[in-house]
Write a new protein. Structure first.
Length: 118
């Protein structure tokens, strides 16, 4: 069983930064893709960013390009999301997810709350 634990969320003023972490534990870790999603109150969950684990290809939603950066630490089995120039519309619960054999995500974390004040 794979377990994902997000951390790093919090309250920040507009224009500020946060770095989210997603630590993976459980059985021998193997992933095809890891990604970040978010869900704001009253809205559907949306894609934020992803990384193909083997080659490091990165993908971003248009609304975060140039502000967010996804990265990883292979040795620590940890995925990161550096978020800069945060805006109130970035307020959401941010979830980490793993697709173990394809782009279909089959493991999810419980999320970490990010709140950006105006």
């Amino acid at each position: 069983q794979v377990q994902l634990l997000e951390s790093g969320g919090g309250l920040v003023q507009a224009g500020g930064s946060l770095r989210l972490s997603c630590a993976v534990s459980g059985r021998t870790f193997s992933a095809y893709v890891m990604g970040w999603f978010r869900q704001a109150p009253g809205k559907e969950r949306e894609f934020v960013s992803a990384m193909r684990w083997r080659y490091g290809n990165t993908y971003y939603a248009n609304f975060v390009k140039g502000r967010f950066t996804i990265s990883r630490d292979n040795a620590k089995h940890t995925l990161y999301l550096q978020m800069n120039s945060l805006q109130p519309e970035d307020t959401a619960i941010y979830y980490c997810a793993v697709g173990s054999i394809s782009d279909s995500y089959d493991y999810w974390g419980r999320g970490t709350q990010v709140t950006v004040s105006a």
